[in-house]
Design a protein around this ligand. Structure first.
Ligand code: ZN
Length: 145
């Protein structure tokens, strides 16, 4: 009898652990580059206003070094020097070189734009920009240095 209670207790702990682990699962993951740039991306993502648009679940972002990023977009005919997102995977890739010269306002809008693609589940640049304007509360800042 005591053994059954122990098994039941272990099950309760096991289920509780699963629920807590699920609740604590990270919503936004950033990989690559330096701690400074990763923290910057997290800070800028957290500053976006997701009250009117749903935040993408399990959004993953990878910062690629310039040469790796540019080789990929050249080989896959992806016309961007800044960032692109795989919609089904909710995975964004960012060119580290862009992070080096862009200011926070520019990086923040690019993150919002990529989130916009995931939210509309579309490749439309206009729709992604429209959602980015809602998330940032501002227009796309000029990207010229
Ligand atoms: Zn876009």
């Amino acid at each position: 009898m005591k053994f059954k209670v122990l098994i039941l207790l272990l099950w309760v702990i096991f289920i509780f652990t699963l629920v807590v682990a699920q609740g604590a699962a990270p919503q936004f993951i950033v990989e690559g580059s330096t701690t400074y740039e990763r923290n910057r991306i997290i800070r800028l993502e957290q500053s976006l206003n997701f009250t009117q648009e749903p935040m993408p679940e399990g959004w993953e972002t990878t910062i690629w070094p310039q040469d790796q990023f540019e080789k990929y977009v050249r080989d896959h005919n992806t016309p961007t020097g800044i960032a692109f997102t795989f919609l089904g995977l909710d995975h964004t890739y960012i060119n580290e070189y862009f992070l080096i010269w862009a200011n926070d306002q520019q990086v923040r809008f690019v993150l919002a734009h990529e989130a916009g693609h995931m939210i509309c589940e579309c490749h439309s640049e206009d729709k992604a920009d429209a959602i980015a304007r809602v998330l940032t509360g501002e227009d796309r800042p000029p990207l010229e240095r």
